[in-house]
Design a protein around this ligand. Structure first.
Ligand code: GRG
Length: 325
């Protein structure tokens, strides 16, 4: 990792931790135990890959960081909820996450269930109650470009409607990415495929949904916080997200076989123990590594037209593929 990228990552991670601390309900507020458990599940852990992708996409379009903070937080809350639920006895039944006892072990099953529910609701609350893009809403503190009083008013209304419509699109984007046509659907396929031999396209379909959808959403939401990209460029960015989301999962499968529990902060070797189809079980370790490299290369090619503005996205793609944890 280049020193400059390393300090970009570290400074965003530290600042974002404070953002999350401020957005989560305080532990002293009733119901205290639930709020404490929500903070336990979200704070002080995780690589924050999805928020970093949102920040990098935000930089590409010159978005205000304070706006990207909100979409990054919404995505990270959905991610944290998915980990809490995934670790529960009815799903993956794990005891270690982010180097500490899983939420249901630290608290109890019912609390963990409610933590997931509440984090998901909070994610959408944040997207609904903050301004995420474009021009200011009524009342506008600064006049828009002078065009006569009447024209000015209608221009304001136009922008307000436009921004509101775009914000609704962003809310829908995260809803689709997290729901049955996205992450939750991918998880359902995952649970149903234990002990089965999936083909490569079936495995890919599962992971594009389970892991990829949220990674893709993080990038697109970051980009929606700014302006300036046309539909074709947004599609390119989305394609980058699809490729890098899949690469993330392929690398995750390799690490599950190769890294140890202490390094990962979660139980290593779970996929083989649970008889789950993975890229490693289908392609072998070297085949999976080759696939990650191919996806990485294709992802970088997708960004070629964006020039220096996409440098952070490129570096994050490198990090996702070369990471050791
Ligand atoms: C319960 C609806 C529901 C969905 C669960 C994401 C997921 C779906 C389950 C997690 C299981 C898992 C280990 C998936 C592999 C890829 C993945 C999402 C790993 C964890 O993400 P990281 O590495 O975790 O970004 P940190 O802790 O760094 O945030």
């Amino acid at each position: 990792m280049r020193a400059d990228f390393q300090s970009w990552v570290a400074s965003h991670q530290a600042r974002f931790e404070d953002v999350l601390r401020g957005l989560l309900p305080r532990a002293e507020v009733a119901p205290q135990r639930l709020h404490e458990a929500m903070r336990y599940a979200v704070l002080d852990g995780g690589k924050r890959v999805r928020p970093l992708l949102a920040f990098a996409a935000g930089e590409l379009v010159g978005a205000e960081v304070a706006r990207v903070d909100i979409v990054a937080a919404a995505v990270e809350l959905i991610h944290a909820y998915s980990l809490v639920h995934d670790d529960m006895p009815c799903m993956d039944d794990d005891v270690l996450r982010r180097g500490k006892p899983t939420c249901h072990v630290q608290y109890d099953d019912a609390t963990a269930l409610l933590v997931g529910d509440s984090l998901q609701a909070l994610a959408f609350q944040l997207l609904a109650e903050h301004r995420l893009n474009g021009h200011a809403r009524f009342p506008h503190p600064n006049p828009l470009p002078q065009a006569g009083e009447g024209a000015n008013e209608s221009l304001r209304e136009f922008h307000a409607n436009d921004d509101a419509a775009r914000q609704l699109e962003m809310i829908k984007l995260l809803a689709v990415a997290s729901g049955s046509r996205g992450m939750a659907g991918g998880q359902a396929i995952d649970l149903a495929s234990v002990g089965k031999a999936l083909t490569l396209p079936e495995l890919e379909f599962m992971h594009i949904h389970k892991t990829g959808a949220l990674i893709r959403a993080a990038i697109m939401l970051g980009a929606h916080c700014g302006s300036g990209l046309g539909a074709m460029q947004m599609n390119k960015l989305d394609h980058f997200g699809k490729l890098i989301g899949l690469a993330f999962q392929v690398v995750d499968d390799v690490l599950d076989c190769e890294a140890d529990t202490a390094t990962l902060g979660k139980t290593a070797g779970k996929d083989a123990d649970n008889d789950k189809p993975t890229y490693v079980s289908l392609l072998g370790i070297q085949g999976a590594r080759d696939m990650a490299q191919r996806l990485h290369r294709e992802a970088l090619e997708t960004l070629s037209e964006f020039g220096d503005a996409a440098q952070r996205l490129r570096e994050l793609a490198d990090f996702i593929v070369l990471r050791k944890f």
